[in-house]
Design a protein around this ligand. Sequence first.
Ligand code: HEM
Length: 504
Amino acid sequence: MGIRGETGVRAPHGPAAAAPDAWTVATAPGGIPLLGHALALWRRPLAFLAALPAHGDLVAIRLGPQRVWLACDPALVQQILMDPRTYDKGGPLYDTMRMVLGNGLVTCPQNVHRRQRRLAQPCFRPSRIADYATVMSDEIGAAVGQWRPGRTLDVTDAMLDLSARVTTGVLMSTSLAPGVAAEVRGCLATVMRGVLLRAVVPLGPFYKLPTRGNRRFDRALSRLHHIIDGIIAERRASTAGHDDLLATLLEATDDEPAPDACATGRGPDRPTAPPAHQEAPHAKEPLTDQEAHDQLMTFLVAGIETTALALAWTFHLLAAHPEEERRLHAELDAVLAGRPPVPADLPRLGRARRVVTEALRMYPPGWALTRVTTTETTLAGHRLAPGSTVLYSAYVLHQDPVAFPDPQRFDPDRWLPERAGSVPSGAMLPFAAGNRKCIGDHFAMTEAVLALAAIAARWRLRPPSARTVRPVPAAVLSPGPLPMVCELRSRPDGAAPAVPSQAP
Ligand code: HEM
C-alpha cells in the first residue's frame, strides 16, 4: 500500500497545531485476502484496536474492500470531532442506522444537524433532567423491586430492562402500556442486531430476500414505526396532561426551517437524506411528525442500550473488585441509611459517580465510531480523498497509559477532583466531543448513578462461578450475558436490609 511508516507534518490548526513533530501513518498488520482485518476486528475487537496505536498515529484497517482510518492520537480525534463539516456522520454503521433513525440527531448529516439539535436541546436542560430524575427513581425502584434473594439474573438483560423502563418512562410517560413497552424493547433488540449485521456484512440485495431473519427484521422495524407513529398521532390530537420528554419535544420551535420532505432519510421505502453539502431551504416551520418520529426512535436507540451496558459493566467490575465495592457500600450506607435514593441525594453520591465514570472509561459503550470526509482533506499529514471513512475509538483513547497510568486497573479514584485535573483534555471521551457530543450525557449519568445506588444499597451481585467475560463486538460494547446471584446486603451497623418492595 506504500503507506506503512509514512510520516506527515502535524496540521497547522486545531488541537494538533501545538506539536510540530511528525505524525506516523501505517497499515494495521495481519490482514488476510478478501476480508482484510474484518475477522480480527470481529473476534477480538478491543485487543485488535488497542494494539494499533503502537503502529502509528493514523492506521489503515481493511474491512473487505473498504479501508477505514483509525485516528489513534487524541489530537487527531479532536481534529475530526471539531470539524464536523469535513468529517460528517457516515460509515457502514451510521449509513445503516440512518435507514432506521432517518434524520434523528445521531444519524442526521451536518446540514440539518443544527436545527435538530436546537429542537431537542430543551428536552435535555438541567432543569428537565431534574424533573426526569423522579421518574427515573420510580422506574428503577419498580424494576429492582422484582428481584428476590438467591435469584440468578442475567445482569445485562436486567439492566436493558431497567434502562428501557426508565427511558420509555421519561420519554413517553403513560403513553406506552406495559405490554407495549416490552414489545418496543424486543423490537429494538431485533432491529439493532439487524443493523449491526447489515453494517458489518454489507450484502445489499441479500437483505431484501424473504429469509426468516430478514422478515423478522422488517416486521420489528415496521412495528416500531407503527407504535411511534401512533403515539405521536395521539399526542397531536391531545397534548393535555403530559409532562414528559415527548411533550417538550413537540412543543419545541426553532427559527430554522424544517427540511423539505426529501430531506427525511428513513428506510428504503422512504426518501433519502440530501447530500451533506446541500443546506436545507429556509422557511420557519414547527417540528414535523417525521422529525418527531425520527427523534423519538433516536432517543430510544441511543439511550437504552448505552446506559444499560454501562451499568452492566459497572456491576461486573464491582464484583471483580470487592475493595471498591466495599467503599461504595460505605458511601451508600452513610448517605442513604437503608432507604432508596432520591434525586436530592445525587450531589452526595460522589463515589457512585466515580465508579460509573471509571466503568465508562474501561468499557465505553460507544467504543468505535466513524465519520466520512465530505471533501479532500489532510489528517496526520496524509491526504484523505472525499468519502474516506475515519474511525475513532474511545476504548483505544481510554487505554493510553500516559493519560491513564495503569490503564487496565479499575481505579474509580482517578476521578477524584484532585486527580481528574491531570487527565489531558480530549483523552476521556465516553460521550464524544464537539457539536455531535452526546446530548443525553447528564440524563445517562443521572440514571446510572441512581440505578447503581438503588441496587448496590440493597443488593450485592455475585457471579455464580469464576468465568472470563469477553466483550461482545456490537454497535455498543456489551459484556454479553452476565449471570449473577442477588444477595441481600446487611449493613455494617446491623440494621436489617431494606425489604424489597413487591412487584407492581
Ligand atoms: C452511558 C450512556 C451513553 C453513552 C456512553 C453515550 C455515548 C454517546 C456518544 C459517544 C455519542 C457521539 C456519537 C458520535 O460521535 O458519533 C452520542 C451521541 C448521542 N447520544 Fe448518547 N450516550 C449515552 C446515553 C444517551 C442517552 C440516555 C440519550 C438520550 C436519551 C442519548 C442520546 C444521544 C444523541 C441524540 C446523540 C447524538 C447527538 C448529536 O449528534 O447531536 N445518549 N452518545
